[in-house]
Design a binder for this molecule. Structure first.
Ligand code: 5GP
Length: 212
């Protein structure tokens, strides 16, 4: 059985990074999809952990080669999800968690045959978003302004998503995310192999009963 494709989006500063780190620490059978980006590496980041950092030419060559499941220009940088990485992990029955922007999410949610679990993290207010992004202090003031301006349109696209998690209280929001991931694993269509194994056991017993 294939793993679930779990898409998590929010405006920049929505707190999804912290939430996702907590979920990954405390949930089994889930892998984070490490995206490619042309953005400069921030202090404390590591190649291959937060992102694969590449230049624009490399990124564009990867687009031409069809290496991305989706890609988008976000706040002036390119970001993309590796198709082979996602497919490899899902084939082992492990869930893949994508942390992507709303444009990328829209591309994937609209893709035929792709049954994704989409979750939007909504900050409790614009002021909270602004404070978080300002305190994070990872952007120049120009970049900060771009991210805040983009947030107005991003929150309006919440309707694309199957689930909304309001990120007010961190513990509750982490718990909400874990609940969604668990519930999605219980969907009938996700348990076909186990169900079939159990039913064939029933079938074997039925024949014994018929011959009594
Ligand atoms: P940051 O530069 O703060 O790490 O990320 C900026 C935005 O790009 C965030 O909204 C993040 O979710 C998004 N992002 C990260 N990786 C990808 C990706 O592979 N595809 C898309 N479409 N967006 C991504």
């Amino acid at each position: 059985m294939k793993g679930n494709l779990i898409i998590i989006s929010s405006p920049s500063g929505g707190g999804k990074g912290t939430l996702i780190r907590e979920v990954l620490k405390t949930t089994a059978d889930i892998t984070f999809s490490v995206s490619y980006t042309t953005r400069a590496m921030r202090e404390g980041e590591m190649e291959g952990r937060e992102y694969h950092f590449v230049d624009r030419a490399t990124f564009e060559a990867m687009i031409s080669a069809g290496d991305f499941l989706e890609h988008a220009e976000v706040h002036g940088n390119l970001y993309g999800t590796s198709k082979s990485q996602v497919e490899k992990v899902m084939a082992t029955g492990t869930d893949v968690l994508l942390e992507i922007d709303v444009q990328g999410a829209a591309t994937l949610i609209g893709k035929a045959g792709l049954d994704a679990v989409s979750i939007f993290i909504l900050p409790p207010s614009f002021e909270t978003l602004r404070t978080r992004l300002t305190l994070r202090a990872t952007e120049s003031s120009g970049d900060l302004l771009i991210r805040l301006r983009n947030a107005f349109d991003e929150v309006l696209r919440y309707e694309l998503f199957r689930y909304i998690v309001i990120n007010d209280d961190l513990t509750k929001a982490v718990d909400d995310l874990r609940t969604i991931i668990r519930a999605e694993r219980l969907a009938r269509t996700r348990q076909n192999d186990e169900i079939q194994a159990i039913l064939s056991g029933f079938d074997a017993s039925k024949h014994q009963f018929e011959n009594l």
